[in-house]
Design a protein around this ligand. Structure first.
Ligand code: G6Q
Length: 542
């Protein structure tokens, strides 16, 4: 396969980019009355309008050709076949198996993994029912009313995001908390008002060795045992989600109370594995099943739909267009739904940990940019802060707007105003306001440049009917497969995370130096050495 820069599509895209880089969306819309229809697709219950992008039919044709020349379909099929496409860790990448129906067959190294997936889902459902019904009790016989998930990164961001997104479906008479940071404040604040006799801790860690999680887990165990006065309380108040049975046992959690997942599930792709146990406890097994159904519907769409109407492929190709041709560095994700307030944070890990890579699968330095900075906040709040820069700054920031036809909280005209706002923003970003229009409003000449908006700021409009568990599954899978598409084109390993591993190793080296009673011999750079010396007395004496 030719390298990316040598593909004929890439070379044609460069010529094409030079020709259309200054074309304005005003012109593209004026010249094509059917533009909104031409560049919109409805699939798996989502309306995906990408007409406000700086593309023509020729752009799309060339981007689709690029996907073909880069072997996106072949790579996708290799993923679904369970091949070890995570080359640096020599692992299959099969989060799609986590949401496959019971009768499906997905093979990893010669074994169909679907029965094992459903066996764990069944155990999770049984456990969830026992907690939710009060049949499972704490050490003193009280029912569990509070659930605290302890995990970090992929073992935290999905559960937090899903809990917030699906609040209308959660047990309102129970507390759900999430502790991730090794900063003791996180644990202290999350548990401040909880009764240990009614609290269940889920220790979520793929490896069960992560510094933050294990530190918080030990603190949680002390908190419980001290309050309940007996080591035996751990059995009633702790369960584990992990791939590492040995470490779970060592920690003192009964491995009967461990929910398993597998090395072919990446941390940031694990929210619908047993890592989703807190989600299932909150929304119940049926709604959890509906969420998996949404994921699966998008998986099937990605696997089977022709690329020209394949939502994740289109989304991924647009990301390539802006990153590699326009030089855009960031993407703003703006959900116009308060329940999706943690969705941008979730996407930051999914996208940036996956595609923040500087070498190809063969280990050669890439000759093009990869990854983008994903960021965002819910609308309409963002409009009153960072939108100014998107409208009138000097940088190009493509936006993903996400909105729903119906709200869970119909209050007066709130929802109409919310939808009016997102429509208005997308329109204003695309079309701007010309100096002539500003002058015609009666503004003096000196103010005209300040009040003019160039427009030509691209955005995608993703519209669903309402934010149900199924819809959430579709949205997450849409981004997962868009990330996949980008990674396949860039020819990088979207499924390893050596940068995260580095962080884990570095902290483990400095912690004993900070905590040692005797003056340690330090061999860092002079800045790090000085900072360690300065901070030693605070950590040693406390
Ligand atoms: C995700 C990353 C990383 C990981 C955390 C927690 O893809 O690998 O974010 O999820 O470092 O790891 P453990 O689940 O092993 O504690």
């Amino acid at each position: 396969m030719p390298s990316l820069l040598e593909t004929s599509a890439w070379q044609a895209l460069q010529v094409h980019y030079a020709a259309i880089r200054d074309t304005h969306l005003r012109e593209l819309f004026a010249n094509d009355r059917d533009r909104a229809t031409r560049f919109s697709t409805d699939a798996v219950g989502l309306h995906f309008d990408y007409s406000k992008h700086r593309i023509t039919e020729e752009t799309l044709r060339l981007l689709l050709q690029l996907a073909q020349e880069c072997g996106v379909a072949e790579r996708r099929d290799a993923m679904f076949r369970g091949e070890h496409i995570n080359v640096t860790e020599d692992r299959a990448v099969l989060h799609v198996a986590l949401r496959a129906p019971r009768d499906a067959a997905i093979m990893v190294d010669g074994n169909n993994v679907v029965p094992a997936v459903h066996a764990v889902l069944d155990r999770m459902a049984d456990f969830s029912e026992r907690i939710r019904s009060g049949a499972w009790t704490g050490f003193t016989g009280k029912a569990i009313r509070s659930v605290v998930n302890i995990g970090i990164g992929g073992s935290d961001l999905g559960p937090v995001m899903a809990y917030e997104a699906l609040r209308p479906y959660t047990r309102r008479d129970m507390n759900f908390r999430f502790v991730s940071n090794v900063d003791g404040t996180d644990f202290a604040e999350a548990t401040r008002d909880l009764d240990p006799a009614e609290t269940l801790f889920i220790i979520s860690s793929k490896t069960f060795t992560t510094l933050e999680t294990m530190t918080n887990a030990h603190t949680a165990r002390n908190w419980t045992v001290q309050a309940l006065g007996n080591d035996a309380a751990v059995k009633n108040h702790f369960v584990a989600v992990s791939t590492n049975t040995a470490e779970v046992g060592k920690f003192g959690i009964d491995t009967q109370n461990m929910f398993e997942f597998w090395d072919w599930v990446g941390g940031r792709y694990s929210m619908d594995s047993a890592i989703g146990l807190s989600t299932m406890l909150a929304i119940g097994p049926n709604h959890f099943g509906e969420m998996l159904g949404g994921f699966h519907a998008m998986d099937e769409h990605f696997r089977t739909a022709p690329f020209e109407c394949n939502l994740p492929v289109l989304m991924g190709l647009l990301a390539i267009w802006y990153t590699n041709f326009f030089g855009a560095e960031t993407v703003a994700v703006i959900p116009y739904d308060q329940y999706l307030k943690r969705f941008p944070a979730y996407l930051q890990q999914l996208t940036m940990e996956s595609n923040g890579k500087h070498v190809t699968l063969e280990g050669k330095r890439v000759a093009y940019d990869t990854g983008q900075v994903y960021w965002g906040e819910p609308g309409t709040n963002g409009q009153h802060s960072f939108f100014q820069l998107i409208h009138q700054g000097t940088r190009l920031i493509p936006c993903d707007f996400i909105a729903f036809e119906a709200t869970h909280n119909p209050l007066g005209n709130h929802h109409a105003l919310l939808l009016a706002s997102v429509l208005a923003q997308a329109e204003a970003l695309a079309f701007g306001k010309t100096p002539e229009e500003v002058r015609a409003e009666g503004n003096p000449d000196w103010l005209v440049p300040h009040r003019s908006f160039e427009g030509n700021r691209p955005s995608t409009f993703i519209l669903g009917d309402s934010l149900t568990p199924e819809m959430l599954g579709k949205l997450v899978a849409l981004y997962e497969h868009s990330v996949f598409t980008q990674g396949a084109i860039w020819n990088i390993d979207s499924f390893d995370q050596w940068g995260v591993e580095l962080g884990k190793a570095l902290a483990a080296r400095i912690a004993p130096e900070l905590e040692s009673a005797a003056e340690p011999e330090l061999h860092h750079d002079s800045s790090t050495n000085a900072l360690i010396k300065r901070l030693r007395h605070t950590t040693v004496s406390s």
